[in-house]
Design a protein around this ligand. Sequence first.
Ligand SMILES: C[S@@+](CC[C@H](N)C(=O)[O-])C[C@H]1O[C@@H](n2cnc3c(N)ncnc32)[C@H](O)[C@@H]1O
Length: 326
Amino acid sequence: MNCLRSSKRFHYDAPCHRERHRPVLLEAAIDALHIRASGVYVDGTFGRGGHAAAILRRLAPEGRLWLIDKDPAAIRRAQQKFAADARCLIHHGSFAELGALADARGVRGRIDGVLLDLGASSPQLDEAQRGFSFLRDGPLDMRMDPSKGMSAAAWLADAPLSQIEEVIRRYGEERYARRIAQAIDASRQAGQLPQTTGALAALIAAAVPRRELGKHPATRSFQAIRIAINGELEELRCFLAGICDLLCPGGRLVVISFHSLEDRLVKRFMRDHSRIGDLPPGIPIVAQSMRPRLRRPAKPVRPGAEEIRINPRARSAVLRVAERLP
Ligand SMILES: C[S@@+](CC[C@H](N)C(=O)[O-])C[C@H]1O[C@@H](n2cnc3c(N)ncnc32)[C@H](O)[C@@H]1O
């Protein structure tokens, strides 16, 4: 079945409804983890378990794999698929909590590898009821964990105009952020704030004077609102701040990012921790505390043309890997 739809005005990838979730950069991610059969691994973004299943295929009975996801639907799937597998430990929550989990289990500094495949999963994007998609009309929600925090509709009803503009500009890198924020503000002043993804997409499309070829005009704003209400960048920052102490020497961190904001955080973190900072002149030896904690064993990997053809959602993916130094 051809999953690409187009209209006269936009051309964009609309995944077909029954599309399965396809793990992105699967082989590259598994290779980058350098799996030891008896090691301790973490899949911090279980999703539908494509990467997790491939990790488990390489683990011996004494190996361990933590399966973490914020989304209760992902965790239900993890329970169905892996609850009976003695190697698996399933946790509903954020990967930002990994430090506390590792302490509770006594594995701080003993984790052999962590994989993060960031962003939203195909089931989240495809299911109208989750409220992530401007292509499928549903309640304006966008929470990865609908049991916590504010829905997108509640946030838009409450946030000051300046904050909405800032979020859309910064997290969506949207040049028409002011116009879009003003249109949202005008709609709420009139008591007509959109309550569905379709209505918000239509409001944004009407506020944008010029359209980017190949992109729905609401793409950037939806990305921005999703990042803001799920605290995506804060949680990634918090995770990165603790990861060096959790990995064992030789342990690997593998991150797949889908937009420049998260990739920039990962890239800078790996770069800054794999070099010696500026030292005051005249210091003959490098203190232990100033030694790099990571090395970057491989260049970033991007999907090839064939993977993008089969799975258009992979097109913006970039995989980065770092290894904990002794
Ligand atoms: C792209 S999908 C992962 C797909 C997965 N690798 C697979 O093969 O099925 C991203 C998943 O990460 C989850 N997620 C996003 N941010 C998270 C966070 N801070 N903590 C835990 N899970 C998170 C989402 O709920 C979603 O299920």
